[in-house]
Design a protein around this ligand. Structure first.
Ligand code: ADP
Length: 151
């Protein structure tokens, strides 16, 4: 039974994240989506909202679970005994940024990072852009699962 941690802000979860989870299930028996509490980030959705959206999306999939965490991702991996981190790559900017983090995580905790390439249909989607669309009353629905709603 190999499991992977998929960490991120998920503010909010997008179709791009779902693409990576779907691809990840071809490699891993279980994926734990870990929503990070990052005080330096200006979140649009609360932690409870972000967790609720993800829970709803995957409610019928027993291979997916959702947790929140604070602090370093490698500490969480060690605490819950996970050897692999899953991350998605949209472009070379993602790659350059992720490469150093993955190497540091490997040095610190022998945790390996598995990168999956974004699908061409969702590679342009980012939570940052979705937040901007929402803030400007745009049609955000085509970028996110139907569980993501604003009120
Ligand atoms: P973080 O703040 O840690 O970057 P995000 O929620 O923005 O968290 O992203 C979590 C992970 O999902 C990252 O590995 C990111 O590269 C990946 N990701 C985000 N959007 C997409 C997308 N459209 N396609 C593939 N991967 C994506």
């Amino acid at each position: 039974m190999e499991k992977a941690l998929f960490p991120g802000s998920f503010d909010p979860i997008t179709l791009g994240h779902i693409d990576i989870v779907t691809q990840g299930l071809l490699l891993f028996d279980e994926i734990i989506i870990a929503v990070g509490e990052n005080s330096s980030k200006n979140n649009l959705f609360t932690m409870d909202q972000r967790l609720a959206f993800i829970t709803e999306v995957f409610e019928n999939n027993p291979k997916i679970s959702v947790i929140s965490y604070k602090g370093m991702t490698v500490d969480l991996c060690q605490k819950i005994d996970v050897n692999f981190i899953l991350r998605g790559l949209r472009n070379s900017v993602d790659f350059e940024f992720e490469k150093s983090i993955a190497q540091v995580n490997r040095d610190m905790a022998s945790v390996e990072t598995v990168f999956l390439l974004a699908s061409s249909t969702t590679a342009h989607i980012s939570s940052t852009i979705v937040r901007e669309v929402i803030k400007n009353n745009g049609a955000y629905q085509k970028f996110v699962p139907s569980a993501v709603t604003i009120n």
